[in-house]
Design a protein around this ligand. Sequence first.
Ligand SMILES: *Cc1c(COP(=O)(O)O)cnc(C)c1O
Length: 399
Amino acid sequence: MAEVVFMKPIPFFNLTRQYSAHKTEFDRAYRLVMKHGYFTLGPQVAAFESQLASYTGVKYGIGVGSGTDAITLALRAIGVRPGDEVIVPANAYPTMFAVALTGARIRLVDCKDDGNLDSNKLPDVLTTKTKAVVAVHLYGNPADIEGIAHVLKAKKSKAAILEDAAQAHGAEIQMTNDKWQMTNGTQKRKIKTPAWRRVGGIGDIGIFSFYPTKNVGAFGDGGLIVTNNEQTMLHLHRLRMYGEVERYKSIEISGVSRLDELQAAFLRVKLSHLEEWNKRRRAIAQTYIDELRNVGDIRFVSGDTPTSRSNYHLFVIRTASRDKLKNYLGDQGIGIGIHYPVPVHTTPAFRSLGYVAGDFPMAEKLSREVLSLPMFPELTREEVRRVIQAVRTFYTTAT
Ligand SMILES: *Cc1c(COP(=O)(O)O)cnc(C)c1O
């Protein structure tokens, strides 16, 4: 009788392995906060804010309740008011909601095949009312910030660039020796020598999310805004709590969005491991690339370019047989993800924008073809090998 081999499922993502591997550090962080008895916007938050800011190469970090809040508040802090126009790439599902909450009028622009905003299409949507362009570093692939900055400059636009680095902790761009500078006056910086710079700190303002699955993820929710501008930083301190300049002295109306001490303490532990974890993700990505190149019609969406380094938040491939491959891998007990299955402009929530299916061909094509393979630092070599084997088997037998 043939031996029945029980194959353990391979998770798309798993956080308990990370906790087990670093239990002592996390437990120490927990006890420290409990002992202090200080639970929001305290010493752990302040320390984490300055650590992530300096990691990103900027002066100030402002911790808030989520990545979504970080986007909404960042836009408010750089002066986006209801009715102003904000440009957003058409496939950035979570980003859209955060931008819409400012009351701004969203103008979508299609993406390129790496999932990021196509700066060649930017002139089509840029107007004198454009207050900001949101450059989303989707999947951890750096967006073309310089390309966007060039278009803004050529069109004499004063629009600010907000970097949505929610998925891109530690991803890098090599800046060219080109004297472009941010144009909206909140931040002026001349780049003199080509240098690798971490995303989030390149545009006028940047945001990070600490949703649990992100490369730096909390055991809960959290977000952070980075900026070099002192006034913007002070404004964000008000915006995250009742518009207060000091306790009970409110000068504008705002809600509450705070980062808590426990999460900040855990996030400090995670930040200290980010480089080693990103290295491990990079090694897994390289194995996928080496072993799946020329398999079926697979193309890689995640990856580096000569001037950018992904943090491999997700490992995204494209295939015309996406739905079949998805079902096949599911049957094999392999966890997969789809980011994102629905073009956000076709959802009922954004019907009022007036867009219809067909308006953003690349974003729509990607929504039908993308598939994310398991990717997290604690994925074992054996698991990676099994994922590769299953994908290869699919193309040799199931298609
Ligand atoms: C996760 C994410 C957000 C939202 O962050 P939350 O912390 O979940 O609110 C925004 N933009 C992008 C690109 C994201 O991936």
